[in-house]
Design a protein around this ligand. Structure first.
Ligand code: SAH
Length: 352
């Protein structure tokens, strides 16, 4: 138990200690690990779970990530793109429901030039000055990120996917490089965004050593948010027949991440909710504190299919938030609709 005690007390482990810990985890250790992560979260954020409205506004993508169902080569994907007006309408619907964070996610869609994206951010910023704007639209230049920030975007989600160069190259085509992704994350951080990194658990070829590198990278980079979900296969990708990641390993990573980064905003991901109907409750009980109900127009949800069987209705849907709230309360949590910034966030004057 030595490594686990050290992780809990010091929020730190060496590479070797991390490796030994992950390989040795058993039911008893997991109970201790998840419990400690939940308590640490409780001490900082209490039992509040931050609610974010997720708008998947385009599934066009110029990239060809081998794991992703909306990759460029998937000819079978039915492509859609919301107009700026339609996106604003979904924000209005969400704002009315109480959401004060809008997460705008898409593939890397070239229709969305800098000018169009900046105009959209400005419009949302002006219409909803009390709300946080989170972008999740991929790798861009530092200049572009700066424009987004200046237009009023607050946060940016860009998972690093894996911190191991060789592993990264097996998950992505040769025109994508881990170094570029890392540069993008550094640029976002330096510009002043609240930044989200993260990775998939159980992605093809992943080893324990890869997971150790992911965790050590997170500790060093110190992001404000971390997205961790199981890899789930999509039938129209090269990884169609690869096994999915497991609930258990995903929860291990969620809990260790909480212990390494006590103040991090950590979602109970949709992928985990897809793999197991209680997945999100398990994640909350292992230290997570964010959920992102789907606020995309209902007719488009099935088309944002990054993996098979992605949940988007029922308690996953923003319009069914009463059911989700009841579930959260039953599990002992308090739904929180405020902006829910990271503890280190300093308020900015958008209109200065
Ligand atoms: N284009 C944006 C958004 C990508 S989708 C970007 O590049 O950031 C958001 C996340 O979904 C990805 O970062 C990836 O970690 C995850 N994802 C994609 N395909 C997946 C799959 N098959 N299983 C599980 N997660 C997947």
């Amino acid at each position: 138990m030595f490594e686990l005690d050290k992780l809990i007390a010091e929020h730190n482990l060496t590479q070797q200690e991390m490796h030994t810990l992950i390989e040795r985890l058993d039911d008893g250790m997991r109970k201790t690990l998840y419990g400690a992560a939940g308590e640490l979260r409780d001490g900082i954020y209490g039992r509040r779970v931050f609610m974010r409205g997720l708008i998947e506004f385009s599934n066009y993508c110029k990239n060809d990530c081998l794991y992703c169902g909306i990759r460029r080569s998937n000819q079978g994907a039915h492509r859609y793109r919301l107009s700026p007006e339609a996106i604003l309408e979904q924000c209005s619907v969400g704002h009315e429901m109480g959401f004060r964070t809008f997460v705008l996610q898409s593939g890397e869609d070239e229709w969305w030039t800098d000018d169009r994206t900046v105009a959209l951010i400005r419009t949302i910023r002006t219409a909803f000055p009390d709300s946080a704007i989170t972008l999740s639209i991929g790798e861009k230049s530092r200049e572009t990120y700066q424009k987004y920030y200046d237009a009023g975007a607050d946060r940016y989600l860009l998972r690093h996917e894996t911190a191991d160069d060789c592993h990264y190259n097996r998950l992505h085509p040769s025109d994508m490089r881990l170094a570029d992704r890392m540069q993008a994350l550094t640029d976002l951080h330096e510009i002043g965004f609240q930044v989200g990194a993260g990775f998939m658990v159980g992605s093809p070829f992943q080893t324990t050593e890869n997971l150790v590198l992911d965790l050590l990278f997170l500790k060093k980079f110190n992001p404000h948010m971390v997205g961790i979900g199981p890899f789930l296969p999509h039938s129209e990708t090269p990884f169609a027949h690869e096994p999915a990641g497991t609930v258990e390993r995903t929860l291990d990573m969620v809990a260790i991440t909480r212990l390494l980064l006590p103040e991090v905003l950590l979602p109970a991901t949709t992928a985990l909710g897809t793999l197991d109907s209680e997945g999100r409750e398990y994640a909350l009980n292992a230290g997570a504190n964010v959920v992102m109900p789907n606020l995309s127009p209902q007719e488009n949800r099935k088309d944002y299919a990054i993996y098979d069987n992605k949940i988007s209705t029922g308690e996953e849907a923003a319009e069914s938030r009463a059911a989700l709230e009841a579930r959260l309360k039953r599990a002992g949590y308090i739904p929180e609709y405020g902006r829910g910034d990271h503890t280190t966030w300093q308020e900015r004057n958008y209109f200065a």
